[in-house]
Design a binder for this molecule. Sequence first.
Ligand SMILES: [Ca+2]
Ligand SMILES: [Ca+2]
Ligand SMILES: [Ca+2]
Ligand SMILES: [Ca+2]
Length: 299
Amino acid sequence: MSKKSFLLLIFLTFNILFFSSCKKEDPDNVEAIPPRDLAEQYIAENDSIIEFMKTHFYNYSDFENIDINQTPELIIDTIDGNNSNKTPIFDQVKSIDIEVKDDDDNIVVHKLYYEILREGSGDNPTVADSVYITYKGFLFDNKIFDQRKSPVWLEARNVVRGFQEFLPKIKRGNIFINTDGTFDFLNYGIGFVIFPSGLGYFNNGFGNVQPYSPLIFQINLFTLNRTDHDNDTVPTILEDLDGDHDFNNDDTDGDGFPNFLDTDDDGDDILTKDEYDVDGDGVADDTDNDGTPDYLDND
Ligand SMILES: [Ca+2]
Ligand SMILES: [Ca+2]
Ligand SMILES: [Ca+2]
Ligand SMILES: [Ca+2]
């Protein structure tokens, strides 16, 4: 083989490797892998969650009689050896059924498991509110994938569904103002939640969360704000007309702006705030008594 053809061969080999590796990482090819069936995946993950909860316990003794300003960290461990007499998580949690739609709009009911570690003392948030929280998100192998140790404001509608749906189960705390003007939150709600990927990142994963991973969150709720995103006097929670906790799919006038971001929800050129509750009795007005309140009724 001449030197020239040898180099050519290397070049060709290199090209083949380059293109074949390119093919593997082609984003179109990655997307071509269809997501798993939601219902089948749910059944498999729910089984694994139940198995996990039956074989694991949390540090419940650390949460007994806690001071009103304490936030113990949730720790989950295997029931065996010195811990073989611990109560499994499975015997302590409650559950909520949540309807999730698959790509064909079929509803797959998902169970979310939760435990309230301290109920809290104030109001409960809705799934539309802003919450001031700390949290720890971790996986079955105890790896933390997301954590906030200093409180942050988050909107419930912007977090993963399982996190969002759990928030109304706990209450905010009291605000205690110190003599130096600083303030503390006391007796705030603490809880944890375990849910399948259909209420989390499903086939996408997130950071070091693999696709189809069930998630665990400890959530500590200090305080909250009610929301009215478009300032139309209708609280955002009431702008989710179909009650599916998705605020983007309610658009009465079909103008592309969902009701929670639309100051004239029915598109009749009268601002919602000028026809929602004119008599101020706290009930949406319905002048023609047809069952559709004025602010959603364009005649
Ligand atoms: Ca909705
Ligand atoms: Ca609209
Ligand atoms: Ca609106
Ligand atoms: Ca209107």
